[in-house]
Design a protein. Structure first.
Length: 557
């Protein structure tokens, strides 16, 4: 027979962790038809000698919920060999949503995911109300990648409770209605639900994101929805301080595992040198739950971000900054930043361990006031020393002097190579946290698959190629029940990444582009060494460029 596509003479790494081997892969009707020595012809042949052929990568932690409305190519994930993305994480999203509450949903995304309001207002199409309609609208756009959805708890609570969802727990009747809507989403193909307890996850008007008000009785009801169906997973942002899992949070994790009978994946596991044993302590505390199916998430990247003080999400964990998020107009923010009482409260907050208290890690990248040009490239610690001020005053005085327009960079976690080797070699830890679609004005970590393969597999030899590929493919696919994705086997959908092992990689420093709706800025992470990406049998990325193939589908559980 003649195949649609034939990949010849590649080094196959099948996604399961098995040793690599040389083989041809034939594709027909969107599926893998044969693996081995293929002698039949094909409409198109890709010569893969010297290249590695793997399953397409599965990114389990993205926030592309809004971006898919204006970017069906789902960039930059589609540049990095990613063929499937899971969105709806951290309890925040835009479905279900009634027409009269769209602004609240968008403001939640502004505060939690750092997406500018004007971008959302111009870009979101709102061709849905319910969650099943949201999934159907995504499918109708014929995306370049496969899209999978988990149900974010905040919009579900708000859909039933209105603004009361931002103030209190649900009643028994409200809980039953919310659980029913989550069940409806699961029956439509959602892969589970998500929530958060993170202090910095504040939504509309600086109030706690609505899902943070859910009671244990509520969480039991929502977890039972998954148990009743015997499918799905829960994703939850579970740490008050990033990287530190406390005892009551361990109890919540254990509770969710028992009540759902399903896997629970939690964030964020970052190695912190300001709290040197935080990750090890968290893993020790979580060990009984990990044995029951809990999966902590980390990133292979050091966390480096740009900070724009118009949207100071990076400081949202500090209690004193709640005032800043209550009114995000520039005038209101400037008043707060100049207030000595606010500055003193911020100083008090900084007495607690935090990677942000190291002013040597926060540097001025760009200023707009010509009188401040001499500060570019300097850390706040340097500026403070030169000006005879403490870090808080040097930082906020600089921000005010530049009318809040200055851009800074902040380097924090996952910087110690020895500790990163521990995390990378721990099979319980899920490689994730690319956060594609979120925090677009300050960072881009969506290229973590190519960074993992280039930096940790090739350059540092911290893990094998086979294990690196498994972490990017079958491991996340299996967590969410996508059993036919993330592996190269005959009969499976033909999602394939083909890359040059000597060139694969990406930088951990983003590149600026002005291609959001309205011309707004975002950070992107270009890839290196990805030669071809194939989605459901169609070549979508070829030697550095996307084409017009729209081969993605909505993956339904």
């Amino acid at each position: 027979m003649a195949y649609d596509l034939l990949i010849k003479n590649g080094t196959v790494v099948d996604g399961t962790g098995k040793k690599r081997y040389q083989a041809d892969i034939a594709i027909a009707n969107g599926r893998i038809a044969a693996i081995g020595k293929v002698t039949e012809g094909a409409t198109r042949t890709i010569q893969a000698h010297g290249l590695v052929v793997t399953p397409g990568f599965v990114d389990p932690h993205t926030h592309y919920d809004a971006q898919i409305c204006w970017d069906g190519a789902v960039t930059p994930s589609s540049w990095h060999g990613v063929t499937s993305v899971v969105m709806g994480n951290c309890g925040v999203g835009i479905a279900p949503c009634k027409p009269e509450t769209r602004e609240i949903a968008m403001r939640d995304l502004v505060n939690v995911e750092g997406i500018p309001f004007d971008v959302l207002d111009k870009g979101i199409t709102w061709d849905w109300e319910t969650f099943p309609e949201f999934m159907d609208a995504a499918a109708a756009r014929r995306p370049s990648l496969n899209l999978a959805f988990i149900a974010p708890l905040t919009p579900f609570r708000h859909y039933v409770m209105g603004e009361a969802s931002m103030e209190r727990a649900a009643t028994a009747e409200e809980t039953a209605r919310i659980a029913g809507l989550i069940g409806e989403a699961m029956d439509a193909g959602a892969l589970g639900f998500s929530s958060t307890t993170l202090n910095q996850h504040m939504g509309f008007e600086g109030k706690p994101l609505a899902c943070r008000n859910a009671s244990r009785e509520e969480m039991k009801a929502y977890a039972n929805v998954l148990k009743a169906r015997g499918k799905g997973a829960i994703e939850i942002a579970l740490t008050r301080q990033v990287g530190v899992l406390e005892q009551d949070q361990c109890e919540l994790l254990d509770f969710l595992l028992d009540e759902s009978g399903r896997p629970v994946t939690f964030i964020a596991l970052f190695d912190r040198d300001d709290i040197p044993e935080a990750v090890r302590d968290t893993l020790r505390r979580a060990a009984p739950m990990i044995a029951k199916g809990a999966r902590p998430q980390t990133s292979p990247l050091p966390l480096t971000r740009e900070v724009n003080m118009d949207n100071p999400f990076s400081f949202a964990a500090f209690p004193s900054w709640k005032r800043v998020f209550a009114d995000t107009s520039k005038a209101a923010q400037k008043t707060v930043y100049a207030d000595p009482a606010f500055r003193n409260a911020f100083r008090h907050d900084l007495k607690n361990p935090t990677g942000f208290s190291n002013w040597g890690r926060i540097a001025v990248h760009t200023v707009h006031n010509p009188a401040l040009k001499g500060l570019e490239g300097k850390s706040v610690a340097q500026i403070a020393q030169e000006q005879g001020k403490d870090g808080v005053d040097a930082f906020l005085d600089t921000v005010l002097a530049d009318n809040l327009d200055c851009e800074l960079t902040m380097a924090s976690w996952n910087t110690r190579e020895d500790r990163m080797r521990e995390l990378l070699n721990n099979k319980a830890i899920l490689m994730a946290l690319g956060d594609g679609g979120a925090h677009v004005d300050m960072l881009c970590d969506a290229g973590y698959p190519t960074y993992l393969l280039g930096t940790w597999v090739r350059e540092k030899e911290a893990i094998t190629l086979e294990e690196g590929v498994r972490k990017l493919t079958s491991d996340p696919a299996d967590l969410f029940g996508l059993a036919d994705r993330g592996r190269l086997v005959e009969g499976a959908p033909a999602d394939v990444a083909i890359f040059d092992p000597a060139a694969i990689g990406s930088s951990n420093h983003g590149e600026r582009r002005y291609d959001l709706p309205g011309g707004a800025k975002r950070m992107v992470m270009p890839s290196r060494g990805v030669e071809y990406t194939i989605v459901n049998g169609a070549v979508t990325w070829e030697q550095g460029k996307l084409n017009e193939a729209r081969a993605g589908v909505v993956l339904r559980g």
